[in-house]
Design a protein around this ligand. Structure first.
Ligand code: ZN
Ligand code: ZN
Length: 439
């Protein structure tokens, strides 16, 4: 049976109108494959970290402009937003994140990143696309071409967003605060996809309900009084207070929260002091919270302040030297709504075949910030899709032996299968098209 016929039959079986047929989409993305994989490899070889995605953003802007989009650059420092208006109909926003991680690549790919890059502050660092955002950016570029070429098939407005600094959980909020909605319309639905290291290229997964946790990044500074290492009685030691605080935090989740609700409190960094015989003046802790309900978030933040403030008091820190708390990156949980999730699932089944659209993996304590793009409009539904980017072998090992691949996201040997470039483009474009009006 020809591919066209097979997809036509599938669409009929699913009760979709023939105008929603996606075979041409599969075929035209296939025809664009070489160009897209080339773009993907270029982005991979030239990674840029959060808020420093200068060249990546410029490339996205150029590609989208070439497809006839109205392009706005420099939103939230390096963010790009592109609009295509095509008559009356729904407004659909799609987000791709552009940032790499400060990780030195250890793959032996011919397109591995080998040269150092510059971070936001101009420091030379090694970076790597170890989370697949190079694929995400390429999907967006591939989608732009399909949408432009299919203007006779859809109606409404498409907003494509290339977002900076997802890994910092700051980029989406930065774009909104920097005037995103002065230049693009409010969407009726927001869609994003993320590479999945276990699912093989060609497959996608989607589920309704909880998908990714809410998160906060908090910097705590504990102030003491510095002095000579030999005279601790003349000092107030912030190192000891930090150690007590870290141990105190351990019982906030385990003894204070409802154990049926997931929550995580991690101290990811502790910095204090410079020498063996110097008691430093202060210490800083970098904390990370994960939660699904506001109640757990509030209790963890309250608990952190209560524990830290009272340890300071216990050690005689004066009230004007109490610990300080800097709230940095923040995002709410990602919850896929039932109706829009089912709608997206149907669209992807028609595009990729029913066997290639799976139930999503269980919710995780990992986080995203794409949905913060619509934080001024909490009523806007957001749909998050897991896009297979792993190998067939890895998938077989997982299905047959429950084994996870050795190198997951953020590992210096993490690899995105190039086959996920066309399949991700097809899946996500089919979802965006399905939310638009048809002609
Ligand atoms: Zn990541
Ligand atoms: Zn990521």
């Amino acid at each position: 049976m020809s591919k066209v016929l097979r997809h036509a039959l599938l669409a009929v079986t699913l009760g979709l109108s023939t105008s929603a047929l996606s075979t041409p989409l599969v075929e035209s993305v296939d025809a664009d494959r070489e160009r897209l994989v080339g773009i993907f490899k270029h982005i991979h070889a030239h990674p840029e970290v959060g808020f420093a995605e200068v060249n990546t953003a410029a490339m996205v802007a150029k590609e989208l402009r070439a497809q006839g989009f109205e392009v706005h650059e420099g939103i939230g420092r390096t963010g790009v937003a592109a609009v295509m208006r095509n008559g009356d109909g729904p407004t659909v926003m799609f987000r791709a994140d552009m940032d790499a991680l400060p990780v030195k690549e250890e793959t032996d790919l011919p397109y591995a990143a080998t040269e150092p890059t510059k971070d936001l502050f101009g420091n030379e660092i090694y970076a790597m696309h170890a989370c697949g955002h190079d694929a995400h950016t390429t999907w967006l570029i591939g989608m732009a071409k399909q949408l432009a070429e299919r203007k006779d098939q859809w109606q409404g407005t498409v907003v494509l967003v290339a977002q900076p600094a997802e890994e910092l959980i700051m980029g989406a909020t930065a774009m909104v605060k920097n005037g995103l909605f002065d230049v693009v319309p409010k969407p009726d639905v927001l869609v994003a996809g993320h590479t999945h290291a276990v699912l093989p290229a060609g497959k996608v997964a989607i589920s309704d309900g909880r998908r990714m946790a809410g998160t906060d990044q908090i910097d705590v500074t504990i102030k003491g009084r510095g002095g000579h290492g030999s005279t601790p009685h003349a000092a107030i030691d912030p190192v000891v207070m930090s150690a007590m605080a870290i141990m105190g935090y351990q019982t906030i989740v385990s003894r204070e929260l409802d154990q049926s609700q997931p929550a995580v409190l991690t101290v990811g960094a502790i910095n204090a002091g410079s020498g063996n015989n110097i008691i430093p003046d202060e210490a800083s802790l970098k904390l990370n919270l994960r939660w699904y309900r506001q109640a757990e978030r509030d209790m963890m933040i309250d608990g952190i302040k209560r524990v830290t403030d009272n340890i300071a008091r216990m050690y005689g820190v004066p009230e004007d030297r109490m610990p300080t708390y800097e709230m940095k990156g923040y995002s709410t949980p990602v919850i896929n709504p039932e109706q829009e999730t089912e709608h997206a699932r149907q669209a992807m089944m028609a595009a990729l075949g029913t066997d290639n659209v799976l139930q999503g993996f269980p919710p995780v304590m990992g986080s995203e910030d794409f949905h913060m793009l619509t934080f001024p409009y909490p009523e806007v539904p957001v749909v998050f899709i897991e896009v297979g980017a792993g190998s067939e072998q890895g998938w077989e090992n997982f299905v047959e032996h429950g084994q996870l691949p050795k190198y997951l996201n953020h590992n210096p040997k993490f690899v995105v299968e190039p086959d996920s470039i066309p399949s991700g483009t097809v899946a996500l474009t089919s979802v965006v098209l399905s939310f638009l009006g048809t002609k």
